[in-house]
Design a protein around this ligand. Structure first.
Ligand code: PRP
Ligand code: ZN
Length: 289
């Protein structure tokens, strides 16, 4: 690995792997398929991708094995890693939750008093229990926490819930939410001392911003009756002033605008009622504001 190359750690195999690589590719990085390799390099950017266990990533970034990393915020907080969270990445959303066996009913966290809770997140769980003045016994296990209740090792678990499939499979149900998390980009605290790497990180962050901006927006195009211009520009929640282009047909105009992704279905009926036709909604790959 070259000295000036930015080393980025991503999860080797798990919930965040594909989406982390997809984000890098959307940033224009040409990255090989990793299969079983320990690391791959980007062909068009001075960056190596290291594939590591997610639990190890915060410490590796802290200790400079990698310069930066993509990992769940839950893991960063649990490991008490001394790293900078540079950016929340908007994917890998999940919650760390206390879950009980189907049939067990608890309405307040205080009812957790005296029970055994198995988890891989003892630090975050302890903090939660203390802040609710609850005294439970924390059983720390490193993996497959969800089987602890059926083995009789614990009465409840505290684990990451994303789709909820793992809980359902093990006849557990979520009771209390302990911590909400998503994927974050972390960096070594001293990266500024390496100007070449720091500059690469800034370039990468600008590209990530453009991808994140684009992800939340759509490009809307339509034809409108000329006399409905004011009414329709009033309906469209454009991020900037929309573009209005005259058409060969003097009675019609074309309107283009960038809109927040989630607003399209709210305005479509009003647009049609106001006379808009040939409505196209396109996704945007990159958006530099
Ligand atoms: C978590 C958790 C479950 C799974 C839950 O693992 O331990 O295995 O995700 O997801 P679901 O609600 O969609 O079924 P995570 O990917 O955080 O990492 P880990 O395997 O390193 O624990
Ligand atoms: Zn893990």
């Amino acid at each position: 690995m070259l000295n000036g190359t930015l080393k980025l750690a991503v999860q080797k195999k798990g919930r965040l792997t594909d989406k982390s690589l997809q984000l890098l590719r959307n940033c224009g990085l040409d990255i090989d398929n990793y299969s079983d390799r320990l690391f791959v390099n980007a062909r068009n950017f001075s960056l190596d991708v290291l594939f590591l266990r997610d639990d190890d990533i915060p410490e590796y970034v802290q200790d400079n094995v990698a310069d930066i990393g993509i990992v769940g915020e839950n893991v960063v907080v649990e490991k008490k890693a001394d790293v900078r969270i540079e950016k929340k990445l908007g994917f890998g959303r999940c919650s760390l939750m206390i879950a009980l066996r189907d049939g067990a009913e608890l309405s307040t966290p205080q009812q957790l008093n005296g029970i055994k809770i198995a988890t891989s997140y003892p630090v975050i769980l302890k903090h939660y229990l203390e802040s609710h003045n609850v005294d439970s016994k924390i059983i720390t296990i490193s993996g497959s926490v969800e089987i602890a209740p059926s083995l009789g090792v614990a009465d409840a678990i505290c684990d990451i819930v994303s789709t909820g499939q793992t809980l359902r499979l093990h006849k557990l149900k979520p009771a209390f939410s302990v911590f909400d998390s998503e994927a974050v980009l972390i960096a070594n605290n001293n990266i500024k001392q390496y100007p070449a790497k720091f500059e690469l990180l800034q370039r990468l962050l600008r590209r990530i911003d453009s991808v994140l901006n684009a992800r939340d927006s759509r490009y809307l195009m339509m034809n409108i009756p000329a006399e409905a211009e004011n009414e329709i520009t009033g309906i469209v929640p454009a991020l900037k002033s929309p573009t209005i282009v005259p058409l060969a047909d003097k009675n019609a105009l074309a309107l283009h605008a960038v809109i927040p992704n989630d607003t399209f279905w709210e305005i479509i009926d009003d647009l049609k009622a106001a006379g808009a036709t040939d409505i196209l909604l396109l996704s945007i790959e990159n958006m530099i504001l």
